[in-house]
Write a protein that binds this ligand. Structure first.
Ligand SMILES: NC(=O)c1ccc[n+]([C@@H]2O[C@H](COP(=O)([O-])OP(=O)(O)OC[C@H]3O[C@@H](n4cnc5c(N)ncnc54)[C@H](O)[C@@H]3O)[C@@H](O)[C@H]2O)c1
Length: 247
């Protein structure tokens, strides 16, 4: 590792599992200070204690979550440079069998919480004239998928939110981009991946011929956080093994 994020401070939501855990680990390895936020307890074996790591147990959809997250990062590290809105849920359903409750919960976690946390973080980034917002979209930000009515809609909204942020914030030195993973082996995807038909569908869709790994998405999240990405804003970066070419 080369210390590409030395001196930077990041918030990563959903940092206890899957892609968020991989991003947290990589950012720490690259020298960043990280506040990892999650609803579920952090496994000590996954994230070893370090003076550069703070953990906050919190449901990002609760009314005071955004302010608590900002208070936690400022009290521990004094600033915030990078916000990764990664926490997300996938509650499958077609338009007919998606319940209104599961629709609303999906929107709350995947769209409203990133909006609220971004709002809370922005004054601090604007004051310092620098910031990186990295949102987790999906290749479902571009396409519809079977039984992904609420999820697909939420990920299209993440793309829209990110483009709005990019348009409004560039003049303050803040960029906003979103990642578009394809099928990545994480706890979120594990139930579907255990179905051989689902798995082979995605292996077939991706020209590289396999399911992706969380660290491969983290690598793109690292790029977007580094100085190398200073002129990248409003972009959706696909990390999908080329699957996009087969929709
Ligand atoms: N795995 C994939 O194939 C895939 C593909 C495209 C996009 N994504 C996106 O990547 C992101 C991460 O997904 P993952 O696959 O790593 O999932 P995951 O389930 O492994 O991790 C998500 C984390 O978010 C946390 N979380 C969920 N709701 C929360 C809440 N209300 N408050 C706080 N934390 C909460 C969970 O506890 C979990 O630790 C999501 O936004 C997901 O939609 C994943």
């Amino acid at each position: 590792m080369t210390g590409q994020l030395a001196g930077k401070t990041a918030i990563v939501t959903g940092g206890a599992s899957g892609i968020g855990l991989a991003i947290t680990r990589l950012y720490l390895a690259e020298g960043a200070e990280v506040l990892a936020v999650d609803l579920q307890p952090f496994d000590a074996a996954d994230l070893q204690a370090s003076d550069k790591l703070a953990r906050l147990l919190c449901d990002i959809t609760t009314p005071d979550a955004a302010d608590s997250i900002v208070a936690a990062v400022l009290s521990r590290f004094g600033k915030v440079d990078i916000l990764v809105n990664n926490a997300g849920i996938c509650l499958p359903g077609t338009v007919e069998d998606q319940t209104p409750e599961s629709w609303l919960r999906t929107m709350e976690v995947n769209v409203t919480a990133p909006f609220m946390i971004t709002r809370a973080v922005l004054p601090h980034m604007k004051l310092r004239g620098t910031g990186r917002i990295i949102n987790l979209g999906s290749i479902m930000s571009d396409f519809g998928g079977p039984s992904l009515c609420a999820y697909g809609t939420s990920k299209h909204a993440v793309a829209g939110l990110t483009k709005s942020l990019s348009a409004d914030l560039g003049k303050f030195g803040i960029t906003a981009n979103y990642l578009q993973p394809g099928a990545i082996m994480t706890p979120l995807a594990a139930p579907s991946m255990s179905d051989p038909a689902f798995r082979s569908y995605w292996e077939e869709k991706a020209p590289v011929g396999r399911i992706g790994e969380a660290h491969e998405v983290a690598a793109a999240a690292l790029f977007l956080a580094t100085d190398a990405a200073s002129y990248v804003s409003g972009a959706g970066i696909k990390v999908c093994g080329g699957a996009i070419s087969r929709f």
